[in-house]
Design a protein around this ligand. Structure first.
Ligand code: MUC
Length: 98
C-alpha cells in the first residue's frame, strides 16, 4: 500500500542545539533504514521549507502508523497522510492493470 506523507518539521525555537542535532542524527539513521528496506521509496525536501514529501510503501495502516510514530522527530512533525491508488493512465511498471 502506497501513501503520500507530507511532513512539516516544527522544532521549538528554544530546543538546545545539541538535542536538536541528536534527534536529527537519529532521524537520519531511522529513515535511511526504512529507505534501505523498501518502506520509504521516496524522500524529497520541499524547496524553501523545513518540510518533506515522502512516498511510503507499507502493508497496513497499522504499519504506517508504527513507521511514522517511530520517527525520532515525531513529536515535532505535522504529518498529513494521503492514500495513493493506481492512476489508470500511469505507464505499467510490471504490475497488472487495476
Ligand atoms: O524532513 C525532515 O528533515 C524530517 C525527516 C523525515 C525523514 C527524515 O530523514 O528527516
Amino acid at each position: 500500500m502506497l501513501f503520500l506523507a507530507e511532513m512539516e518539521v516544527r522544532l521549538p525555537p528554544d530546543m538546545p542545539a545539541e538535542h536538536a542535532d541528536e534527534l536529527k542524527a537519529r532521524e537520519r539513521e531511522y529513515s535511511q533504514a526504512a529507505q534501505r528496506d523498501g518502506r520509504w521509496p521516496h524522500l524529497w525536501r520541499v524547496a524553501g521549507r523545513y518540510a518533506n514529501v515522502s512516498v511510503l510503501d507499507v502493508g497496513s495502516i497499522d504499519e504506517l502508523h508504527e513507521l511514522l510514530s517511530g520517527l525520532p522527530l515525531f513529536p515535532y512533525l505535522d504529518i498529513r497522510v494521503t492514500p495513493l491508488a493506481r492512476h489508470p493512465n500511469a505507464i505499467d511498471r510490471g504490475e497488472s492493470d487495476v
